[in-house]
Design a protein around this ligand. Structure first.
Ligand code: COA
Length: 222
């Protein structure tokens, strides 16, 4: 759902695929509470498809999973796309408290925290509905995975081309996090999406799609 616009817009130009993590959306199984465990599930999915040299793309926790794949993965990636994420993803204690105390209040808070003041909140309603359907313990596991994630000192090990997307009004993973990634990953490209928050692929779909298109078409294999 988060990537629907990009998957559809780019489908005629490249193979695009979006997956729900274990325990989320239409995927079965149970949620995890570490980035390594989610990355292992994603890599298993990629092995099952036998896709040659994929380009993983992820937002927030998804971006942490992509970083883990680049650093610890067992296969070759042509490039990677990191969207609204960071090399460390410490989580506000209030987020954990709210999920445990009142899940609906957490979902309501997400509506205001996750988008730019310039975004029509209706654009993310379908995603909020799917988040509300995700069991609180799975959401807690996701945030625990983020909170423990830290590869600040390891970014120099990444050698594939990387596109870093940040969003001007992102309060959960602020542009500073994207700038750090771009500064420490050699040869990476940083694009800031203006007037967008943490959910920029849904808030400004065309700009995010265009940045991905330009990056992929610039790769040596194209
Ligand atoms: N990239 C670059 N810099 C980062 C970073 C990243 N991924 N993560 C943290 N830093 C910086 C911080 O900006 C801070 O810099 P400063 O000392 O110049 O202000 C420093 O590293 C330490 O930050 P942090 O490790 O996050 O600890 P903290 O105790 O200062 O803050 C929080 C803890 C939870 C308050 C803070 O991380 C935060 O506001 N997080 C964003 C909100 C959130 O919960 N997001 C969800 C992410 S999934």
């Amino acid at each position: 759902m988060l990537w629907e616009a990009q998957v559809e817009a780019l489908a005629g130009e490249m193979n695009t695929m979006a997956l729900d993590l274990p325990g989320h959306g239409r995927s079965g199984g149970k949620g995890e509470d570490s980035v390594a465990a989610y990355a292992s599930a994603v890599e298993g999915f990629l092995f099952s498809l036998a896709v040659p040299r994929p380009i993983p793309c992820g937002l927030s926790l998804g971006g942490a999973i992509v970083l883990h794949l680049l650093l610890e993965g067992r296969r070759e990636y042509e490039a990677a796309i990191l969207v609204n994420t960071g090399a460390r993803l410490r989580v506000l204690p209030l987020i954990f408290e709210t999920i445990q105390r009142d899940y609906q209040a957490y979902i309501a808070g997400t509506r205001s925290m996750s988008v730019s003041p310039r975004t029509d909140p209706r654009s993310i309603e379908p995603l909020l509905e799917s988040m509300a359907a995700c069991p609180p313990e799975v959401t807690l596991g996701d945030f625990r995975a983020c909170d423990a994630f830290d590869v600040m000192e390891r970014l120099g090990e990444i050698t594939v081309p990387v596109l870093v997307l940040s969003a001007s009004d992102d309060r959960l993973t602020p542009p500073k996090y994207g700038a750090y990634l771009a500064e420490h990953i050699a040869g990476s490209r940083l694009v800031q999406v203006e007037d967008a928050g943490h959910l920029s692929p849904m808030e400004r779909p065309d700009r995010v799609t265009q940045a991905i298109r330009e990056f992929v078409l610039s790769l040596p294999s194209r």
